[in-house]
Write a new protein. Structure first.
Length: 428
């Protein structure tokens, strides 16, 4: 009898231990369902005007509704089966890690949910540069699916979507990259590589933007379209066949979105951020080493975002300068066939506008080849802006890869020290 009683006790204790372990395990082992995303009813251009980095947060938590909106906008699947980001060379390779207080998860865009990855609070371990963020996102990629540069461009698209969404929700974020990747401190599968982390949270100091545009240009001023961010993400359309025409107003909107300066001045006096007039994309160390070219039926042009910033050590604006911007024609005539022949998509020979991102190595301050991924990230961010603005203007777009840098460099009159990165065709 005593033996039987002892065995029953063991069974009871074991059963209780098992169920208690389940009860005490953070929403793990199973799918963490997310609510539907919210609509961001702010014009696309306003979200671009407001893009900036925030590095200090209060301790207020981010709600599931906010998180769901951020993640779906980042790289979710739309009702038409496409995603909020464009594929690059027919592939999606990104992996998004979500680091919460209880555990680390991965975002599943197919069913819009979080999948448990690892228990524990990894936020300050991974986001050690600015500890205290309520949420940390790790942007990684599957190395078996694509090359590092294409993956970096895809992650650049994602981070722009996150930045615009976070700001519109009155939250803040900052993009951080480096070697070795910060996500390595948590550990990820061997077939994945980390690139970027983003810290997210509520503002320690509220936003305070002032419309202060001193615009000196023959290009028309950027105007706000009637399309909000959510609709632009839903209506962004990729195509491989282009036609139509581009007006000067549309050209100004599209080229500005790629690499221009905000119409707003930042009066919030954020700690650790002294930039006064922000740009449409982030850049490592505020180097902004990309140069933007446009090819149309009438010629090849080089974009100058602001002449007044080209004489200093940085291409960021720390004092709120006027914006002196223009397109410089560097080649006459229709050169679209030459561009198409040097690209992965020959049909862009008929596109009314192609915008090309080119890396100027002289502006990278000797960071070296290992940092090339971060410049592809920046090019991907610029490409996403162009594609969203194209959607707001009723155009289709795509991301096209250069295949003949010698021909393309000749077309753009590039010298040594320049590398073409991405081509974004825009048309109907």
């Amino acid at each position: 009898m005593e033996r039987k009683h002892f065995i029953n006790q063991i069974i009871t204790i074991g059963t209780l231990t098992f169920f208690c372990s389940l009860a005490l395990t953070p929403a793990t082992k199973a799918t963490y369902e997310l609510p539907p995303p919210q609509t961001i009813d702010m014009s696309l251009e306003q979200t671009i005007f407001r893009r900036m980095s925030i590095r200090k947060f209060n301790n207020e938590t981010i709600t599931d509704e906010q998180l769901a909106t951020i993640l779906w906008n980042a790289a979710g699947y739309r009702q038409d089966g496409n995603r909020t980001i464009a594929d690059i060379n027919g592939t999606y390779a990104s992996v998004i890690y979500v680091l919460k207080e209880d555990a680390a998860y991965t975002y599943n865009p197919v069913n819009h949910s979080l999948q448990f990855y690892k228990p524990g609070d990894w936020r300050d371990t991974v986001g050690y540069q600015y500890p205290g963020a309520p949420l940390v996102l790790g942007l990684c990629y599957n190395t078996t699916l694509t090359n590092p540069n294409n993956a970096a461009a895809e992650i650049g698209e994602i981070c722009q979507n996150i930045a615009f969404t976070v700001d519109a929700l009155n939250l803040g974020t900052v993009v951080i990259g480096g070697f070795p990747p910060a996500i390595d401190k948590m550990g990820i599968p061997e077939d994945q590589t980390g690139l970027i982390i983003m810290l997210l949270g509520h503002l320690l100091h509220p936003y305070n933007f002032k419309y202060r545009l001193l615009w000196f240009s023959l290009l028309p001023k950027v105007i706000e379209t009637q399309m909000n961010l959510t609709t632009a993400l839903q209506q962004r359309t990729q195509t491989t066949n282009f036609q139509g025409t581009i007006t000067r107003q549309e050209l100004s909107q599209l080229i500005w979105s790629s690499y221009g300066f905000s119409y707003y001045l930042d009066k919030s006096n954020q700690d650790l951020n002294q930039v006064k007039r922000h740009r449409t994309v982030p850049s490592a160390q505020a180097y902004y080493p990309l140069e933007i070219y446009a090819v149309t039926a009438s010629g090849v042009y080089k974009y100058q975002p602001n002449l007044l910033t080209m004489f200093g050590n940085y291409s960021a604006d720390f004092i709120g300068l006027p914006v002196v911007t223009y397109l410089q024609k560097i080649r006459n005539g229709d050169n679209r066939a030459s561009l198409a022949a040097a690209s992965s998509l020959p049909s862009i020979s008929s596109v009314p506008l192609s915008i090309i991102t080119v890396l100027n190595w002289n502006k990278t301050k000797n960071t070296g080849e290992q940092y090339l991924q971060f410049w592809y990230f920046e090019a991907g961010a610029a490409a996403q802006n162009i594609m969203l603005e194209a959607a707001a203007l009723g155009f289709k777009s795509n991301i096209v890869l250069p295949t003949d840098n010698t021909t393309l460099s000749s077309l753009l009159k590039l010298t040594d020290g320049y590398t073409p990165l991405l081509i974004v065709p825009v048309g109907t």
